[in-house]
Design a protein around this ligand. Structure first.
Ligand SMILES: *[C@@H]1O[C@H](CO)[C@@H](O)[C@H](O)[C@H]1NC(C)=O
Ligand SMILES: *[C@@H]1O[C@H](CO)[C@@H](O)[C@H](O)[C@H]1NC(C)=O
Ligand SMILES: *[C@@H]1O[C@H](CO)[C@@H](O)[C@H](O)[C@H]1NC(C)=O
Ligand SMILES: *[C@@H]1O[C@H](CO)[C@@H](O)[C@H](O)[C@H]1NC(C)=O
Ligand SMILES: *[C@@H]1O[C@H](CO)[C@@H](O)[C@H](O)[C@H]1NC(C)=O
Ligand SMILES: *[C@@H]1O[C@H](CO)[C@@H](O)[C@H](O)[C@H]1NC(C)=O
Ligand SMILES: *[C@@H]1O[C@H](CO)[C@@H](O)[C@H](O)[C@H]1NC(C)=O
Length: 366
């Protein structure tokens, strides 16, 4: 009887643990000795078992242990053997869904060699990106749709040190979001404008990382009624904490919000997603209307945000060496300056090889 009781308790505890997992998430703390709940992020992290068959678990140098910003960076899994070592993710949502996949790295002198490696990441059979100098915490993030019911993230040795990974996360997105002509989207920046605070889960259902960022513009905020945004938010589900701060142009309504950035590769195709939420009650006769342009004069659209109704504007793909956007009032109609609450920059990743063209084992590293 006692024996039976113990078994029953184990089963029910297991069932609770299952139920508490974050739906649509796969969260692997690579190299960790056990799974756990990260209370700050409200995310359950699991160990590598079942996702990868090679490599070994290591811990970063004790010198860095107390200084890491999150527990996921304390351990890592390294791959001293073989050119190509892969994690296989099997999302319960299955194929033909859009996923955000994030791989995090922190070297932390785990091998006491004080030599950070450089290595390639592949997503299924295609080259994704090269991880360079992960001596500081860094991550690479891709938005990816697959036609198979599993996704492989592979670390490829290119002869410049042993590849390793600290954390690997998959988040299921709403299929209507980030719909572009690109094979996949690599995140370059994601800003929570007019704020010093960085948000991710639990504020963000999709666990995107919104970095607090202020430019030389005027910060505006209105925390009253922010809860109403919850019911009117769109499929992008930008967190309310991110939407309720923003910045508007500095001087007067005829000055615009402008930013430029430099591309390391002129052939990159860029896609921007702007998020706007009007949180000022407009008096009768007042109107806020602005136009979004990229690369000086290429019009994306005209926006007239409605009170507490978030709008997302995405660009067509564009390229260049010096790139820019501007948000400019339609001065003949608008009585208020243009503003911006959040913005995301992506560049396209080409996926020349189809997963059905090649067997997993046969693709080779460049
Ligand atoms: C790497 O290969 C060597 C020799 O086959 C083996 O002894 C070692 O356990 C392997 N290490 C890992 C991490 O797979
Ligand atoms: C999701 O979107 C992708 C890409 O647009 C499409 O191929 C797929 O059929 C969609 N899946 C579902 C379940 O709607
Ligand atoms: C991170 O980068 C900064 C500046 O680039 C450097 O001073 C610092 O030592 C780096 N931290 C680690 C842990 O390598
Ligand atoms: C911000 O922009 C204004 C107007 O363009 C300029 O006068 C001011 O010096 C700028 N401030 C900073 C800190 O760059
Ligand atoms: C508005 O700002 C622009 C750009 O700073 C300036 O050129 C223009 O003179 C200003 N207009 C008024 C009416 O202040
Ligand atoms: C802030 O929001 C409240 C509630 O919607 C509104 O009454 C107030 O006018 C807003 N404040 C500003 C400065 O827009
Ligand atoms: C904006 O982008 C265009 C196209 O790349 C470029 O010609 C122009 O110089 C840029 N302007 C600014 C202000 O950065």
């Amino acid at each position: 009887m006692k024996m039976l009781f113990v078994i029953l308790v184990c089963i029910s505890l297991n069932a609770i643990a299952q139920a508490q997992e974050n739906p649509g998430f796969i969260s692997i703390d690579c190299g960790a000795p056990n799974g756990y709940h990260d209370d700050n992020l409200d995310i359950y992290y699991t160990i590598d078992t079942g996702f990868v068959e090679s490599g070994k678990n290591m811990q970063i140098s004790s010198k860095y242990i107390d200084r890491v910003p999150m527990q996921q960076l304390m351990n890592l899994r390294c791959f001293p053997n073989g050119t190509r070592n892969c994690y296989t993710l099997r999302p319960t949502q299955g194929k033909s869904k859009r996923y955000l996949i994030r791989a995090s790295f922190f070297y932390g002198n785990y091998d006491t060699l004080s030599q950070t490696p450089t290595f390639d990441l592949y997503i299924d059979v295609n080259y994704w990106i090269t991880v360079k100098d992960p001596s500081n915490y860094t991550y690479e993030e891709i938005i990816y749709t697959t036609s198979r019911d599993y996704i492989q993230v592979c670390l490829v040795n290119r002869g410049s040190g042993v590849p390793f990974i600290s954390a690997l996360e998959l988040r299921t997105l709403d299929n209507s979001t980030y719909d572009t002509s690109a094979g996949a989207l690599q995140t370059s920046w994601r800003y929570n404008i007019g704020s010093k605070t960085t948000y991710r889960h639990p504020q963000d259902d999709y666990d995107r990382i919104w970095e607090g960022q202020s430019f030389n513009w005027t910060t505006i905020t209105n925390k009253t009624n922010v809860d109403s945004l919850r019911s009117t938010n769109n499929a992008y589900k930008v967190p309310l904490e991110v939407l309720m701060t923003g910045q508007q142009s500095l001087d007067n309504i005829s000055s615009s919000l402008k930013l430029f950035w430099i591309s390391s590769e002129p052939t990159y195709k860029w896609y921007l997603f702007f998020h706007f939420a009007e949180f000022q009650v407009l008096r009768s006769g007042q109107l806020r209307r602005f136009r979004v342009y990229v690369n000086d004069n290429k019009l994306i659209t005209t926006v007239t945000p409605e009170y507490l109704k978030p709008v997302t504007v995405s660009t067509f793909p564009f390229d260049g060496t010096v790139l820019n956007f501007s948000i400019t009032s339609v001065t003949s109609q608008s009585s208020l300056p243009p503003f911006l609450n959040a913005v995301e920059w992506f560049r396209s990743i080409d996926l020349p090889h189809s997963t059905t063209d090649l067997n997993d084992g046969t693709s080779s590293a460049k």
